[in-house]
Design a protein around this ligand. Sequence first.
Ligand code: ISL
Length: 522
Amino acid sequence: DADGEWWRSAVFYQVYPRSFADSNGDGVGDLGGLVDRLGYLELLGIDALWICPVMRSPMADGGYDVDDPRDIDPLFGDLAVFDELIAEAHDRGIRVTMDLVPNHTSSRHPWFTAALAAGPDSPERARYIFRDGRGPGGDQPPNNWPSIFGGPAWTRVTEADGRPGQWYLHIFAAEQPDLNWDNPEVIADFEQTMRFWLDRGVDGFRIDVAHGMAKPSGLPDMERVETKMLVHDDTDPRFNNPAVHDIHRRLRKVLDEYPGAVSIGEVWVDDNTRFGEYVRPDELHLAFNFRLAEAAYDAAEIRAAVNNSIEAVHTVGAGPTWTLSNHDIEREVTRYGGGTVGPARARAMMLLELALPGAVFVYNGSELGLPNVDDLPDEVLQDPVWERSGHTERGRDGCRVPMPWEGKRPPFGFTTAERSWLPMPAQWAELTVEAQLERLDSMLSLYRMAIELRSSRPEFAGSGLDWYGSPADCLAFRRTGGLVCALNASGAPIPLPPGEVLLASAPIEGNMLPVDAAAWLV
Ligand code: ISL
């Protein structure tokens, strides 16, 4: 039924809990802070939340290293406040999806501690991927795979850890050992985790590294070792192995026991056919693609990203997803050039994104037009990329700086502590929620108006989209329901397509769309 597929055109709001709002004065955001700010999210008009990991974790990778997947980390609160969050969000008509991390656990997970202590060939080690090393004495890693965060993807067990000698695989940090998804115990445990949260009332999951999990048999060497951090392509043996689809089919069966529950996979796969396989009717409901986020502010690139994203999923009957940023990538205002150009382009891209058919994911702070913070002092950096790269890559903390809520000085109402866990720039005084709510021309007001129109106007109906012929470096399309969106990526103002302007990212004068602006028409 239609409501059962609520997620198809929903606006999801991604909360990075450490950076959203702090309720207990420790300088780190938490679930209590999120509950306190639900009124803001209702005002913004979003349909659903995606909350980044809040399960128990030593926080070696911001919570993507889980040591108890069926409890809330004390840093964020407890199960009682989580239940309160679900109840209060639902009262406000906001659905709640949470992040689950199937590819790996924390190295402090009791399973992994037991695996270290047990010897080779034990059932404890069989939950992870332990191998003997190569070379004399086995002192070389079992294969040549690098970690996504830098350095080898293998760490050798030492005397201090437990029974020494073997190596264990970690595609990410050494604190994130990869699970062995060929082991039935692993899948059963994950299903138990899904049911645990679904029974508490969550509306679904964002599945971390949904193209990971399955590993190729024999763990063959990579042909071309990719040394650039955080990057991989479709030939990479660490990801996108065919057996991953059997896993998704199993997980989908659990979700199907809970009507309306959705799964959104993080799928970094370039090839359209292979990407589409993840959203076949018996696998994930939705999959992130990052084509729009990867496109420069260039008409041809944007058009190709849109076409590509739609093409990749339509043959299997799934809907597209759109995202301009998240907690792993540089903030869009900075990506599009910073200064005054970046915000103007981010506003235009936001209108384009919210005009498209499909599900949209807005990362907290995008609605405020926050820039990346590229001058964080070395000593506050927490992303494992910083350590693992030997301090050559600064990592992703710059897009994770906390939200400025109100007031004139850091920490801008984010926390009652003197300092937030990552320092906030003094210039953010003009970007606070409070300051932007007062201005009709702010990024926040534009987001609110756009989301409101998108959810109420009939012109946004239908999943079809037709491109208009438009001047070079510009693009315009028309939705089945009649909405027209035009975007100017050229160096001069261009005439608007015919129609009445519903909303524009910059003031319209004389029927001309300004440089770096977008408009909606009906
Ligand atoms: O960030 C990336 C590209 O810019 C990716 O390579 C990303 O690191 C990878 O796709 C997985 O990301 C997810 O899992 C990681 C975690 O650090 C990220 O925050 C999360 O989004 C490990 O759990």
